[in-house]
Design a protein. Structure first.
Length: 277
């Protein structure tokens, strides 16, 4: 499987987009259709049928592109990833780094989060750590681990991140977290209303910036054209935290606005609301 994955990743991106167009015809009819439909309709109950279909179709088209772009990540050149993902204000982050200030990035499943990770590592003046959830399939997990870390990012398994921060805090200056994933249990979560629904978030999103005394940025990502993205860093905290300050609330505010602005770019196939109060 690794050999085949590597072989496909070597194909030109234009060829992979041809595959994407082909897959879209089938994926849009079968892949998690009920989950996608329920998520969109519950989030936007006032949509007309035409508006709903446009979001659903746009999601599936983007999802297929991201799937093949992710495969391309396995062997993509540095020059190509730098052309594919650019940043409006990367200097703001490198300024924090130059002052030895810790930074936490809160990202989401908006646009291509895999390419965002690769481009971040190439644009930052400090090596980044990123939190990931280990996949049950060992072969696929090894593929994704290698792909995500190939430009130097240090991957830290989600269940180990708190321990690592407590014992090796000096090693971590920049930390990236995809923060919109669904918790599996009601333990250590914070509930916030997002897209008209009670939504659970890991409370570590609040906890980690406090114990690391980090400045926190939401990364807003937009699709400019096929395979071309631009990202912006939005400061959602101060370096000094008050105990009653919720980073989660501000994160959700930014994320919700981004989803409303470009709904087809979010990962609607994710069972985001499977956990209930």
């Amino acid at each position: 499987m690794k050999f085949f994955y590597h072989l496909v990743s070597k194909l030109p991106i234009k060829v992979l987009y041809v595959f994407s167009d082909f897959f879209y015809v089938f994926i849009s009819r079968f892949y998690r259709k009920k989950v996608v439909e329920a998520n969109i309709k519950n989030s936007f109950p006032d949509l007309s049928e035409e508006q709903y279909r446009k979001i659903k179709n746009r999601f599936y088209k983007n999802f297929c592109d991201i799937f093949f772009e992710t495969i391309k990540s396995y062997s993509i050149k540095k020059s190509d990833i730098l052309k594919s993902v650019s940043f409006k204000n990367i200097d703001v982050i490198n300024n924090h780094i130059s002052k030895n200030e810790r930074v936490v990035f809160l990202t989401s499943h908006q646009c291509n989060w895999e390419w965002l990770l690769l481009s971040l590592e190439l644009n930052l003046n400090k090596r980044m750590h990123a939190v990931y959830k280990k996949l049950s399939n060992k072969v696929l997990n090894d593929i994704m681990f290698k792909s995500r870390s190939r430009f130097g990012t240090i991957m830290v398994e989600s269940k180990e991140i708190i321990f690592k921060l407590r014992n090796n805090i000096k090693e971590i200056s920049v930390l990236g977290i995809v923060a919109d994933q669904s918790p599996t249990t009601n333990n250590r979560v914070e509930w916030v209303e997002m897209l008209n629904q009670d939504t659970a978030f890991f409370d570590s999103i609040n906890y980690i910036p406090r114990i690391t005394n980090s400045v926190v940025y939401f990364i807003s990502m937009e699709r400019k054209s096929r395979g071309k993205y631009i990202a912006e860093f939005i400061n959602i905290s101060n370096l000094t935290f008050k105990k009653n300050k919720s980073i989660i609330n501000e994160y959700v505010h930014q994320l919700e606005n981004k989803i409303i602005q470009n709904p087809g770019d979010w990962l609607w196939s994710h069972k985001r609301w499977k956990l209930t109060k």
